[in-house]
Design a protein. Structure first.
Length: 143
């Protein structure tokens, strides 16, 4: 009878230990899932920033192209103009367009740098999220 009591006692202790471990595992899983949810939001925001930076690059490049075309167009008009007043006006417009092209090129460089930075931040957030997802798989037993 004593052996049965000891056996039941040991079984009860094992059950309690297992229950405590399961509770800890569930708490850890809950924390990891909350982290994953938070990181998903971070990834979404970082992706939006990246997409916005890419749009700025495209806009800047379009501005450069337009300004360069304007510069050439006004230069042609300046050379074809009959009177000196028109020549001067078109020459000034050509010079202004050249300046606009230069500014747009600088803006494009800045926008490109922002894209590179945004890509690093986004990539890092995606990696963090994937790590958390792997931990969740491990803790939940591959589910």
């Amino acid at each position: 009878a004593k052996a049965n009591i000891d056996k039941a006692k040991a079984q009860k202790e094992t059950e309690l230990r297992n229950a405590a471990q399961e509770k800890k595992r569930m708490q850890k899983l809950s924390i990891l899932k909350a982290d994953a949810k938070r990181l998903e939001e971070v990834v979404k925001k970082d992706k939006a920033v990246l997409d916005d930076a890419k749009k700025k690059v495209a806009t800047s490049k379009a501005s450069v192209t337009k300004a360069e075309k304007d510069e050439i167009e006004f230069l042609k008009k300046s050379k074809l103009a009959k009177d000196s007043k028109s020549k001067g006006k078109f020459a000034k417009q050509s010079k202004d367009a050249a300046s606009a092209a230069s500014n747009a090129k600088k803006a494009t460089e800045v926008a490109n740098a922002q894209v590179v930075a945004a890509e690093k931040v986004y990539s890092s957030a995606v990696n963090d999220l994937n790590m958390i997802r792997e931990k969740i798989k491990t803790v939940s037993g591959g589910k």
